[in-house]
Design a protein around this ligand. Structure first.
Ligand SMILES: Nc1ncnc2c1ncn2[C@@H]1O[C@H](COP(=O)(O)OP(=O)(O)O)[C@@H](O)[C@H]1O
Ligand SMILES: [Mg+2]
Length: 488
């Protein structure tokens, strides 16, 4: 559950990896409805201080990057399920799936689509590399895990880079544990494998591997042969020629791939922006030559099964949510009905008592006090309980109702005769403020109003009030004789 993630309701799981999972969550408020992706750690890692630090570092760095080709991290927090990262949801699929599907169908991804995906990734990557913060200035961020799993293809054709989980800001943040490699071996640059200090060009090597795999429709440095074989091949083998895999690749693209996959970073392009420029130029030429094939078209055609399955999962999740909300509403209605039923019983009883008192003889005083007490008790929520009032001889017929009466003040002095008359005269009026006479103790509800106050006004106070009124009348008269200009 996303308790604490303010209004977010989990819908379904999007992915689950070694360290954590990503789930789809919905936030809905009236007509507002938006999906988010929420990333969490698996239970065994939740309390690990090193993993927590990495997670928070991912949130910090990714949260700073703002670019259409980078998945936005909107928030980070912690609830009963541990730390979570709130991200924009990308309705799409990872590039790894497209490459797999292309291999499964024995088809190659159209050239222009490969170039366009690589172009969008390089733009996002450049934004990450160029990241600056108001406090630190230049951050020199290196993603360190550019791979097909971390490149998301939207069904609308937008490509986004994600997962800054092992990203590193040079000279700051969480340090890499000596001897521990983070990221996927098959996409690591030679310098990364040699534990050398990294710069942005390390990510360009990984981008080269990704571009090669898209074009070839297969892994370049295959992980199935074990990490030692991969490491040896990345360090020692000459960069492969994509022209051997497909013959529609223009020489400029072959040459760019050679440079991206160079063992020596000095031979690679200087920045992702340079790569983007070259790819942009190639793309514009390819679009003129090739039949217009877009990322959107290919993703929707090749991954339609995945898209539909995801759609069904989301619909099922929403359905479960709707059912849950409906049963909650039903339970609430039942509770309200039960709560309403009780006062109705009370009101019915009250009416019965009232009918009995008006028709019966000799029970007038007792019943009226009784009904007043119940009305006062019902209407005066703030009233305090007084100890059981001593039974007066006149109340002997209604002792049970008169006992648990509410009152704010206890007046120990004997009540004046007029008050006694008022209190015993009408039950309803005593409920709306007039004191309720209970034998020797006179109780007044907390909201006792002016009627009670007036009944207990002393003669000297009356005289003072009369004097004040007279003074006011006099000043009003004087004001009316004043010339008009005085009022301007
Ligand atoms: N914002 C998102 N929108 C949609 N799917 C996402 C999003 N973030 C991650 N995913 C899915 O979850 C997978 C794993 O996410 P990632 O951040 O790479 O986690 P990990 O650290 O486990 O690799 C991605 O490959 C993608 O399929
Ligand atoms: Mg990942």
């Amino acid at each position: 559950m996303l308790a604490g993630t303010a209004g977010l309701v989990p819908i379904c799981e999007l992915a689950s990896g070694g360290m954590g999972r990503v789930e789809l969550a919905l936030r809905g408020e009236a007509t507002f409805r938006r999906f988010y992706a929420v990333k969490r750690l698996h239970a065994p890692y939740r309390e690990d201080p090193r993993v927590r630090a990495m997670f928070l570092e991912e949130a910090r760095l990714a949260g700073l990057v703002s670019h259409p080709n980078v998945v936005s991290v909107l928030d980070v927090g912690e609830d009963s399920d541990g730390l979570f990262l709130l991200m924009e949801y990308l309705d799409g699929a990872p590039l790894s799936l497209l490459i797999r599907e292309s291999a499964r169908h024995g088809e190659l991804i159209p050239l222009s689509v490969c170039v366009e995906i690589a172009l969008q990734v390089s733009l996002g990557l450049h934004a990450a590399h160029e990241l600056r913060s108001p406090e630190q200035g230049e951050i020199c961020l290196v993603h360190r895990d550019v791979s097909p799993q971390n490149i998301l293809l939207g069904f609308d054709g937008v490509v986004k880079l994600t997962d800054f989980g092992v990203a590193k800001a040079l000279g700051g943040g969480v340090e890499t544990t000596a001897g521990l490699l983070k990221g996927k071996y098959g996409y690591m640059s030679p310098e990364q494998l040699r534990f050398e200090p990294l710069d942005r060009r390390s990510d360009l090597f990984s981008l080269g591997v990704v571009l090669y795999e898209m074009l070839a429709g297969r892994r370049l440095y295959d992980g199935r042969k074990g990490p030692e074989v991969i490491v040896r091949r990345i360090l020692d083998d000459a960069p492969p020629d994509i022209g051997d895999e497909r013959d529609d690749v223009p020489p400029e693209l072959c040459e760019l791939l050679f440079r991206l996959l160079a063992k020596n970073r000095e031979h690679r392009p200087a920045s992702a922006a340079d790569v983007a420029r070259e790819l942009q130029w190639m793309h514009s030429v390819l679009v003129l030559e090739e039949e217009a094939v877009s990322v959107e078209g290919v993703v929707n055609e090749w991954l339609s099964e995945y898209r539909d399955r995801r759609g069904r999962e989301i619909e099922q999740g929403l359905d479960a949510l709707r059912k849950h909300a409906a049963s909650k509403r039903r339970r609430k209605r039942a509770l309200i009905a039960a709560a309403c039923a009780t006062p109705l019983v009370g009101l019915g009883l009250g009416l019965l008592i009232f009918a009995g008192s008006s028709s019966g003889s000799g029970s007038g005083a007792g019943s009226s006090v009784g009904s007043a007490a119940s009305v006062a008790a019902a209407s005066n929520a703030n009233a305090t309980k007084v100890p059981a009032a001593p039974k007066a001889p006149t109340l002997s017929k209604a002792p049970a109702v008169a006992k648990p009466v509410v009152a704010a003040t206890r007046v120990a002095t004997p009540a004046p005769a007029a008050d006694a008359g008022a209190s015993s005269g009408s039950g309803a009026s005593s409920g709306s403020g007039v004191g309720v006479e209970l034998g020797a103790v006179r109780t007044i509800p907390a909201d006792a109003g002016r009627a009670t106050a007036r009944a207990t006004v002393s003669p000297s106070r009356k005289r003072r009030a009369r004097r004040v009124r007279r003074r006011k009348r006099k000043s009003r008269r004087a004001a009316s004789k004043m010339p008009l200009w005085r009022w301007k």
